[in-house]
Design a protein around this ligand. Structure first.
Ligand SMILES: [Zn+2]
Length: 356
């Protein structure tokens, strides 16, 4: 009998970590850290595993890899792009394809681009009537390509936005209004929404300024990860000017928090000035310096969507023909009945063990 044991991440913003047992084989789907930084999956609950398959390179999906020796020094698998984020002493055993199939420990594994970050994939395991792990995914990215996943009986869904059905355009419109009001600093993730936000403003005729890490990320975007129609636009975007010495226009810098890097330097320099406006566009842990800036009303938070809305998730569940759904990475247990209404007749479960 095969079974799925979610270690953490079900109906909560927490590290991604799912244990799959099939016969004698035990493998993990993702092994993340945080939020907040330092929060790790329960190693005792995991025990010893044979392999870890990583969906993408964000810390909440790969950040615990340094603890691999404590769970049996498993073989590691990630796409070539995601594997670059692993520490040198934790190399992958072999690469997962961006889109294709591979046999790992006797299990047929299929992957496809997830539309969320460069090198990010969903992972389908041919176990039972199929287990589909969406990782983080998005079907409405301006830049990142997305492959339709196959049929699966059980689906681990990216419910980062809980039961929210807000469309991408809501955040875009709000950012446009803020940018029209004066200089704007946007702290972003390079391997995620950063290039998308930069492209959005460039398309609106407002060429943003970029820090070195953002420019390098745009230049480094591999063509097989991006939508064919945006490749020429990205080449132009890479020529955008550097962040000016005084606040001006739309400035896009890294990281997405105010804890280090170019953003920390810029915020320390401008924090007590009237300008620029500062807008964070992703998740902020309540204990983070960025959340403090928002609480002090020196910064704002406007969501730039990189995860699925509820209706996108409903479409994913229907297309996969899934009978069992685990909503993960957001929301809370109180949303169970709303999720059940949305995903029915599929069964929504927050159980700690699911037969496959
Ligand atoms: Zn992610």
């Amino acid at each position: 009998m095969a079974r799925l044991i979610p270690i953490c991440g079900v109906a909560e913003k927490a590290p991604a970590c799912f244990l799959v047992e099939s016969g004698e084989t035990r493998l993990l789907l993702d092994f993340g850290e945080g939020p907040p930084p330092g929060r790790m999956p329960d190693l005792a609950a995991i025990g010893q595993v044979d392999a870890i398959l990583f969906s993408h390179q964000h810390a909440d999906h790969i950040g615990a890899v340094g603890l691999s020796d404590e769970i049996g020094a498993p073989q590691l698998f990630a796409t070539e792009i995601a594997a670059r984020a692993l520490p040198a002493e934790q190399p992958v055993t072999s690469f997962l394809p961006l889109s294709g199939t591979k046999t790992i420990l006797g299990i047929s594994v299929r992957t496809g681009r997830s539309g969320h970050a460069p090198g990010g994939v969903w992972i389908h395991l041919d176990i039972g009537d199929g287990l589909l792990y969406m990782g983080d995914n998005c079907t409405s990215s301006l830049i990142y390509a997305h492959d339709a996943p196959p049929q699966a009986g059980t689906i681990i869904l990216d419910a980062s936005y809980g039961i929210d059905d807000t469309r991408l355009t809501v955040g875009q419109k709000t950012l446009d209004e803020i940018a029209a009001a004066g200089p704007l600093l946007l702290p972003v993730v390079t391997q995620g929404r950063g290039p998308e936000i930069a492209l959005h403003f460039a398309r609106a005729g407002i060429m943003p300024s970029l820090d070195d890490a953002m420019r390098a990320a745009i230049i480094g975007l591999r063509s097989e990860c991006v939508l064919p129609e945006v490749r020429a636009e990205l080449a132009e975007l890479a020529k955008a000017p550097s962040i000016p010495s005084e606040p001006a226009g739309v400035m896009i810098a890294t990281p997405a928090t105010a804890e280090h890097g170019a953003v920390k330097t810029l915020i320390e320099k401008w924090k007590f000035n009237y300008e620029p406006q500062i807008v964070f566009t992703g998740y902020l842990h309540p204990s983070s310096p960025a959340a403090t800036l928002v609480a002090e009303k020196r910064a704002r938070q406007v969501r730039w969507k990189i995860h699925p809305s509820l209706s996108e998730n409903v479409a994913t569940v229907r297309a996969a023909g899934a009978h069992t759904v685990l909503p993960c990475f957001g929301g809370n247990a109180e949303m169970l009945s709303a999720w059940q209404d949305a995903f029915g007749p599929a069964r929504v479960t927050l159980d700690r063990e699911i037969a496959l």
